[in-house]
Write a protein that binds this ligand. Structure first.
Ligand SMILES: NC(=O)c1ccc[n+]([C@@H]2O[C@H](COP(=O)([O-])OP(=O)(O)OC[C@H]3O[C@@H](n4cnc5c(N)ncnc54)[C@H](OP(=O)(O)O)[C@@H]3O)[C@@H](O)[C@H]2O)c1
Length: 275
């Protein structure tokens, strides 16, 4: 997305850069490469230990704060009464910014051990204090989204981030989110590099002179989702970004919809019961 456009509409850039694994000096270099390539949305989290790297890359890029969209996520360790707001203040310090654009609850409390109301109330407080422009969730099921909406009121959850790619399309949850105008963000958008053997993605890719990963990213963008692939390699950082200029036909999108096989990777035993 053009920077001017980002400022004007203050929307969430749908092409983002994930920062899981982008730690240390190499991590800063990769994030800086992403910014130089044109990514204007960086996705970090308290548990990734990349908030410092994101802040450092942003500083080195010379970009202004309002030219970049920053997302962070609250660790489940920071859900206890009085813990969330100070933890987000620490995140802002590491990021070297006064406010993030979006803060997500990273996971529902493991095994429901802390009531939803306890941490949702605190994330609202963080927003009221101006620490984050928007609030949202990650790895939330339809039932949890409904409970959250009952606490917050309609239209307050800006985003739900969950695993979604052509072999795990999560259609029921994604459709629900879109109906509720909750932006869907796809994590593992290229299924951690296992899509190269997918014949449908390969054959569509041949028509567009694109890799299966680029076709996956183009598919997610065509569906109106936000996508946050990551890589530590400059050529992949650039080729993943280039996927945003691929336009798939309705027939190609329909073909990709047929390869969903509910193949989930991130599935901790303390996680929610997926839709
Ligand atoms: N909310 C959550 O619970 C949650 C969970 C997981 C992830 N996330 C977020 O989502 C982001 C993306 O997810 P992810 O990093 O797990 O998976 P991903 O982006 O689907 O895949 C990244 C992996 O694929 C490889 N890769 C990158 N580009 C490639 C390409 N063009 N061709 C082949 N392989 C390629 C990378 O290796 P190289 O580095 O060697 O290129 C890396 O190992 C994370 O960085 C994080 O920000 C959120």
């Amino acid at each position: 997305m053009e920077e001017k456009e980002l400022k004007k509409h203050q929307v969430i850039p749908l092409m983002g850069f994930g920062t899981f694994g982008r730690n240390g000096k190499e991590g800063v270099d990769a994030i800086l490469c992403a910014l130089e390539t044109g990514y204007r949305h960086l996705d970090t989290a308290q548990t990734y230990d990349t908030e410092f790297e994101v802040g450092e890359a942003l500083r080195r890029s010379g970009l202004k704060r309002d030219e970049i969209f920053l997302t962070t996520k609250i660790s489940t360790d920071n859900f206890g009464p009085g813990a969330l707001v100070p933890s987000l203040e620490k995140s802002l310090e590491a990021l070297k910014v006064d406010q993030v654009d979006l803060t997500l609850i990273h996971w529902p409390a493991p095994n429901g051990r802390i009531p939803l109301e306890v941490y949702i109330t605190q994330i609202v407080e963080a927003q009221n204090r101006g620490l984050t422009k928007r609030i949202g969730v990650s790895n939330f099921t339809i039932a949890l989204l409904e409970e959250t909406e009952a606490l917050l009121g309609r239209g307050k959850i800006a985003n739900n981030q969950f695993e979604l790619n052509p072999i795990l399309q999560n259609k029921k949850l994604a459709t629900y989110c879109q109906k509720k105008e909750i932006l869907v963000t796809c994590y593992l958008p290229i299924a951690r590099g296992v899509l190269s053997g997918e014949p449908v993605l390969r054959s569509i890719g041949e028509k567009h002179d694109a890799t299966p990963e680029q076709v996956a990213i183009a598919f997610e963008l065509a569906k109106g989702y936000c996508t946050i692939p990551t890589s530590g390699r400059p050529e992949r950082i650039r080729s993943n970004f280039k996927a945003s200029s691929i336009t798939l036909s309705p027939e190609e999108i329909a073909r990709i919809e047929t390869i969903d096989r509910n193949q989930r990777v991130v599935d901790p035993d303390w996680g929610p019961k997926w839709d």
